[in-house]
Design a protein around this ligand. Structure first.
Ligand SMILES: Nc1nc2c(ncn2[C@@H]2O[C@H](COP(=O)(O)OP(=O)(O)OP(=O)(O)O)[C@@H](O)[C@H]2O)c(=O)[nH]1
Length: 399
């Protein structure tokens, strides 16, 4: 097991003092936009609503693709406790999400977004690791994303990662959908709206994995997508205020359904994965045929933008003045000096601080113990004072 660094971001200086190098020490040339889009590895970004089964799906896909595609695996969920597969790159090795929450005074979702932002500062090096994986024979790179879907799909870092990968490697999106939860027409429609918005936002080949078919057959979803009348009938059974909206939406999404590929799977039992892999290969062909020219153009445009002369903020009119954020918020240490570093197998420093969670738990236990002791002490003192007072008043009465 990889030992977790104790600070919010693993500091490159930690690794520099070590016998084992960090990623910044091995003179890793960051992959630049000047290189064209490669043939491999194919990046498969796994998205889906919380609890839809993304992580279980990722594990199952790895198993089914192992022999043929030798997947390189990336976990981008900083908040998960553990993953049921061996990840080659795990965001949790790069950014300590709990420490981020503490230092930046954030709630859980803000912590996840910030952790992802920090990881994204190393995007060129992340891309370089993926490229090297391709050269070592990994034909696929499977990327598991955070539980809260909006954290990835609607954050700047999610876009940077998705577009960054798509301008360097063939990239597709697999949207995992829970068929059991989608048996409610309104939930189905919410899921479809999400899928639709992601499809248009990412502009990548898109495949819907209808997951958990061991619990419920997915043919009803496919029927709802192809036959408007059947969906209307299902909607009639529900008495909800949102029915009108759902009905209108289903009409709007009709054209979107036509271009969608769906595939029933069970991440738990493995049913449907042989077909799913065929669909993934079709999506890769689709990327090569329809999307690659678009991303190639985007890559060249970005390269031109990068090479254009950039003016320092001082010469820009109305550059403005930075103001401190929030109330009494101490600015956390800046990360501009390369203090976030990316870890991958063989780059893990030998000497790491004690496991953060363990030490945090110990500290918490000690504090709780102290709090409890002082509570008992206060209680005993109060009791004693009460007894003394009673004795005094009894003596006064007697005298
Ligand atoms: N029966 C059944 N259960 C499944 C299947 N896939 C996932 N699950 C269960 O669904 C639950 C959620 O699965 P996860 O893989 O953690 O889902 P996730 O989308 O990664 O979850 P978050 O990242 O927390 O949003 C777990 O209890 C899984 O065991 C499946 O195909 N069949």
């Amino acid at each position: 097991m990889t030992t977790k660094p104790s600070s919010s971001c693993s500091n490159s200086s930690t690794s520099r003092g070590n016998a084992n190098p960090g990623i910044d020490d091995i003179n890793l040339e960051a992959l630049t936009l000047s290189e064209g889009i490669r043939d491999s590895p194919v990046c498969i970004i796994v998205l889906g609503m919380a609890g839809s089964g993304k992580t279980t799906f990722t594990r199952s896909l790895i198993q089914h693709a192992q022999a043929q595609f030798n997947p390189y695996v990336v976990n981008l969920d900083p908040a998960c406790r553990e993953v049921p597969y061996a990840a080659h790159i795990d965001i949790r090795d790069t950014v300590n999400y709990r420490e981020v929450m503490k230092q930046y005074q954030l709630g859980p979702n803000g912590g996840i977004v910030t952790a992802l932002n920090m990881f994204t500062t190393k995007m060129p090096k992340f891309a370089e690791l993926v490229r090297r994986a391709g050269e070592r024979g990994h034909k696929w790179c499977i990327i598991d994303t955070p539980g809260q879907i909006e954290v990835f799909t609607w954050s700047a870092s999610g876009s940077i990662i998705t577009e960054g990968l798509a301008t360097m490697f063939p990239t597709i999106v697999v949207y995992v959908m829970d068929v059991v939860r989608s048996s409610c027409p309104t939930t189905f429609m919410s899921n479809m709206l999400y899928a639709c918005s992601i499809l248009y936002k990412t502009r990548l080949p898109f495949l819907i994995a209808l997951n958990k078919i061991d619990l419920k057959d997915c043919s009803f979803v496919q029927e709802w997508m192809t036959d408007f009348e059947v969906f209307q009938d299902a909607l009639e059974q529900e008495h909800s205020y949102v029915n009108n909206l759902t009905r209108t939406m289903s009409l709007t999404l009709d054209t979107f359904y036509e271009n969608l590929i769906t595939c029933g799977v069970s991440a738990k039992t493995g049913i449907g994965f042989a077909t799913l892999i065929k669909h993934i290969l079709d999506c890769v062909n689709e990327y090569e045929r329809d999307y690659k020219p678009v991303y190639e153009k985007m890559r060249l445009q970005r390269l031109a933008d990068q090479q254009a002369i950039s003016f320092p903020a001082t010469v820009v009119d109305e550059a403005g003045t930075a103001v401190p954020m929030g109330l009494n918020l101490t600015e956390p240490t800046s990360n501009a000096d390369n203090s976030v570093f990316l870890m991958a197998p063989s780059l893990v420093p030998v000497q790491m601080d004690a496991d953060t969670e363990e030490s945090e738990a110990d500290a918490k236990n000690t504090t709780e113990e102290q709090n409890f002791q002082s509570f008992v002490q206060d209680h005993l003192t109060a009791q004693q004072n009460k007894r003394d007072k009673q004795q005094r008043s009894q003596q006064e009465q007697k005298s």
